[in-house]
Design a protein around this ligand. Sequence first.
Ligand code: G1P
Length: 297
Amino acid sequence: MKRKVTKAIFPVAGLGTRFLPATKSVPKEIMTLVDRPLIQYAIDEARAAGIKEFIFVTSRGKSALEDYFDHSPVLEQELRKKGKTELLETLKATDMESGAIAYIRQHKALGLGHAVWCARRLIANEPFAVMLPDDVIAGEMPCLQEMVAAYEESGGNIVAAMEVPPEKTSSYGVLDIREDHGSMVRVGGMVEKPKAEEAPSNLAVIGRYILEPTVLRNLNKLKQGAGGEIQLTDAIAEDIASDVPVYGYRFRGQRFDCGSKAGFLQATVAFGLSRPELREELAGYLHEIIQTDKAAQ
Ligand code: G1P
């Protein structure tokens, strides 16, 4: 039976060590692309897909995230007094309906599967989405919205998928393709972070999932997988054997790996160029440094 997807889990407990020293005091999900934190992009995408309940799996040191989605009466009063209606409007993106957002602590860093499992009681017996805010996807239609539309047709578990260079498979969950139907792929198996020579394909899992509650039951076993962690990939793959289908969804948007510095910088440039008020100045600057670089060679 296919049901509506209204809940999403945002695993945000990671230490963000790749961005130290910044992440010593700033959660990486609060790091900004232009003027919006990574988490805002994920929340906007979730809302567009019809998500009504937002579950954050957090850890120590993430209180800035909770504050971000809270009302800030002093700031709002000040902006109102100064007649800054545009800025007040901008703040609306951070508004959350009372009770729509929940924070659960992951007490131990035992892996992505464990983080998702921490939210099991809030999900109960419904299909749900998982969004990894490190993966920022720009596209005409938000990625999760495309996936929800696909889910309404197919049911089952759906993971966002994208071809990666073979030497990069060791950074991703990788799909074993059973049937390839273009944008939808029926999956026959999944491997977490395989070496290039062991990867079943180069179709990698990107951080958007729509999952059946059976995956939470698989996670109950808390089995360790790759890197000694409890892997979400393994819990999804386990469904294949019990005939709950798993699909890979080749989304149309452009994905930025904001968990890496190079990806974060690329996203900053791309999102900067997509802003009409910044485009000309930024493009001019980029053009200039490329010319200078060429001349120097
Ligand atoms: C996680 C998942 C992996 C997936 C990736 C997408 O890995 O475990 O299967 O391909 O996200 O970004 P992580 O990047 O947290 O190591």
